[in-house]
Design a protein around this ligand. Structure first.
Ligand code: AMP
Ligand code: ZN
Length: 490
C-alpha cells in the first residue's frame, strides 16, 4: 500500500514510517473503559482520538481488526493490589449484582460512543469472559520463572524480569529510578519486590466476584486482562496498542512485561498514547470530581457550562487539537467549535449547486495533497481542519462568484471534503433533520416566544410554569447571554 503515514511511537520516542506486520492488515488494541461508573468527557476524548486513527487507517484501505476491551473485573481502588474491587463496592452501594453494574455502564458507554459517531470496534472482549485465558497466562509466566505464588496470590517478579528485559522502557526509566518512587515493603507485605504486581489475587471471604484457579478462589489483576485478550485476538506481536497517557507508567509497562515474559517477544510494534482533557489545567478524572458526563454537556446541565453543546460540536472541538497535546475545556473554545462546525456543514451543502468554469482560481489538487500530508504526519487533525476551512473558503468564494472552479476540480473538492469531514473526522450533519425534528423545533420556537413575552410583561408565573412543564417532559431550557437554548434530557 502506497502511503507516507508516520506514527509517533511512545517506545522509540520518535515518529516512524508505519509498516504493519501483514501487508494491508492492521491489528490495533485500545484499552477500554472500566465500567463501574459513567464515562466522563476525558475518557471520551481518548476513545474519539482512537476513532479518528481507526477511521484514517480504514480510509487508507487497510483491513483493521480493532479490539477494545471492557474492564469489568479486577480493578481495585488502590493502585498497589489493595483496596476493594470497584465493581463489588458500587454493587454493594446500589444493592445490585456486580454484573448489573457492568451491564448498566456498558450500555451507557455504547450510547455515548454512538452519540459521538464513533465506529464500534471489531471485537469488544470483556475481562470476565476471559478468566481462563488470564489464568493460563499467569501459569505460563510462573512456568517461565517470572512470577511466584504466595498464599493464593500470584505476583510478577519485576526485578528478576529486569535482569533480562528493560522493565521501564516505555517511560524511559531505569529500575533504580522506579524503585525510588515506591514505598518500602512492610512486614505484612507478601511480595518479594516493591515493584512486583499481582497477576492473580486471592479473594477475601467477602469478595463477590471470584473464580476458581490453581491457587484457590480469586480474581485477576487488572493488567493481565489486556495481555491475555490482545494476544488471543491479535497474536503475540501486533501492530498498534493505545490508550491514555496515564496508562503508560504502570498498566502498559506491566502489559509489556507480562507478554514478553510469557512469549519472549515484544508484544507491540507501535505504542500510541493520547494526551489528557483538562479543566482549568487539571486532568479530568472520576476522583477529582471535575468530570462532566457527556449528557451534562449536551444539555448544559452543569455549573461550569454556559449552555448545552451538540455531540458534533464537541467532537469537532476535540479534532482541533492534536491527540498528543493536552486539551483544556472551555466554553469559549466550544462555542468557537460550534461556529466552525456550522461553517463546514454550510459550505458542504453548497457543493452540489456550484457553477463550474473552464479553469480554477485555486489549486484544489494541492489542497487535497495537504489534507493527506496532515493526516500522514501522525494524524494531525488540527492541520487537516485548517485545510478543510480553506476548502470551505474556496466553496463560498465560488458560490459568491468571486472565484472559478473547473468541473474536474469541483469533483476533487467534493471528494476531499466528504472523505475528510465525514469519513475521517467522523462528523455528521446534525441539521439533516427528520420532519418530526423540524415540527418539534417549530413548537419549541412558539413556546419560547410565549415565555419571552410573559417575561417582558413580568408575568413570571407563566414563564416559570412553561419552564417547569417542559422539564416534566424532559425538555431543559437554559437562559444564556445569547438567548434561550433547549435540549432533551435522554
Ligand atoms: P478508565 O475507564 O479510567 O480506565 O479510562 C478509560 C480511558 O480513558 C483510558 O485510556 C484513560 O487513559 C483515558 N482517560 C482517563 N482520563 C482521561 C482524561 N482526562 N483525558 C483523556 N483520556 C483520559
Ligand atoms: Zn489495558
Amino acid at each position: 500500500m502506497e502511503h507516507q503515514l508516520q506514527i509517533y511511537n511512545t517506545l522509540s520516542r520518535k515518529k516512524e514510517h508505519f509498516k504493519p506486520i501483514n501487508p494491508g492488515m492492521v491489528g490495533m488494541y485500545v484499552c477500554g473503559p472500566t465500567v463501574y461508573s459513567d464515562v466522563h468527557l476525558g475518557n471520551c476524548r481518548t476513545f474519539i482520538s482512537f476513532d479518528l486513527i481507526y477511521r484514517y487507517l480504514l480510509h487508507l484501505g487497510y483491513k483493521v481488526r480493532y479490539v477494545r476491551n471492557i474492564t469489568d473485573a479486577g480493578h481495585l481502588e488502590g493502585d498497589r493490589d489493595e483496596g476493594d474491587d470497584k465493581f463489588a463496592k458500587k454493587a454493594k452501594l446500589e444493592q445490585l449484582e456486580p454484573m448489573e453494574i457492568v451491564q448498566r455502564y456498558t450500555l451507557g458507554f455504547h450510547d455515548v460512543m454512538r452519540e459521538f459517531n464513533t465506529l464500534p470496534p471489531s471485537i469488544e472482549p470483556t475481562a470476565t469472559g476471559h478468566i481462563c485465558e488470564q489464568i493460563e497466562m499467569a501459569k505460563e509466566i510462573i512456568a517461565k520463572g517470572y512470577a511466584y505464588e504466595v498464599n493464593g496470590t500470584v505476583y510478577f517478579d519485576v526485578e528478576k524480569y529486569n535482569k533480562e528485559f528493560p522493565y521501564g522502557q516505555l517511560t524511559n526509566r531505569k529500575l533504580e529510578e522506579l524503585l525510588e518512587g515506591t514505598r518500602e515493603l512492610g512486614g505484612q507485605d507478601e511480595k518479594k519486590g516493591r515493584l512486583d504486581f499481582a497477576l492473580w489475587i486471592k479473594a477475601k471471604p467477602e469478595h463477590i466476584m471470584r473464580w476458581p484457579s490453581p491457587w484457590g478462589w480469586g480474581f485477576p489483576g487488572w493488567h493481565i486482562e489486556c495481555s491475555a485478550m490482545s494476544s488471543k485476538y491479535l497474536g503475540d506481536t501486533f501492530d498498534i496498542h493505545g490508550g491514555g497517557m496515564d496508562l503508560q507508567a504502570t498498566h502498559h509497562t506491566n502489559e509489556i512485561a507480562q507478554s514478553q515474559a510469557c512469549n519472549h517477544k515484544a508484544p507491540v510494534n507501535y505504542w500510541m498514547h493520547t494526551n489528557m482533557l483538562t479543566v482549568n489545567g487539571t486532568r479530568m478524572s472520576k476522583s477529582a470530581g471535575n468530570g462532566f458526563l457527556p449528557g451534562e454537556l449536551f444539555t448544559g446541565n452543569h455549573p461550569l457550562l454556559e449552555k448545552g453543546y451538540s455531540p458534533m460540536a464537541v467532537r469537532f472541538f476535540m479534532m482541533q487539537t492534536h491527540y498528543r497535546s493536552t486539551l483544556d475545556f472551555s466554553n469559549e473554545a466550544l462555542q468557537a467549535s460550534e461556529k466552525g462546525y456550522a461553517r463546514l456543514m454550510n459550505a458542504i451543502k453548497l457543493l452540489d449547486n456550484l457553477k463550474t468554469s473552464s479553469t480554477s482560481t485555486s489549486n484544489i489538487q494541492e489542497l487535497k495533497k495537504k489534507c493527506y500530508e496532515a493526516m500522514n504526519d501522525d494524524f494531525n487533525a488540527p492541520i487537516l481542519v485548517a485545510n478543510l476551512f480553506e476548502g470551505a473558503r474556496i466553496i463560498n468564494s465560488v458560490n459568491d462568484g468571486k472565484e472559478n472552479i473547473s468541473a474536474e476540480d469541483l469533483q476533487t473538492l467534493k471528494e476531499t471534503m466528504h472523505n475528510f469531514v465525514f469519513d475521517v473526522l467522523g462528523l455528521k450533519n446534525e441539521s439533516s433533520n427528520t420532519s418530526k425534528d423540524k415540527a418539534l423545533q417549530g413548537v419549541m420556537d412558539i413556546i419560547l416566544d410565549i415565555r419571552k413575552e410573559a417575561k417582558a410583561k413580568k408575568d413570571f408565573a407563566t414563564s416559570d410554569k412553561l419552564r417547569d412543564d417542559l422539564a416534566k417532559n424532559n425538555i431543559t431550557i437554559k437562559d444564556t447571554k445569547d438567548g434561550v437554548t433547549w435540549s432533551i434530557q435522554e
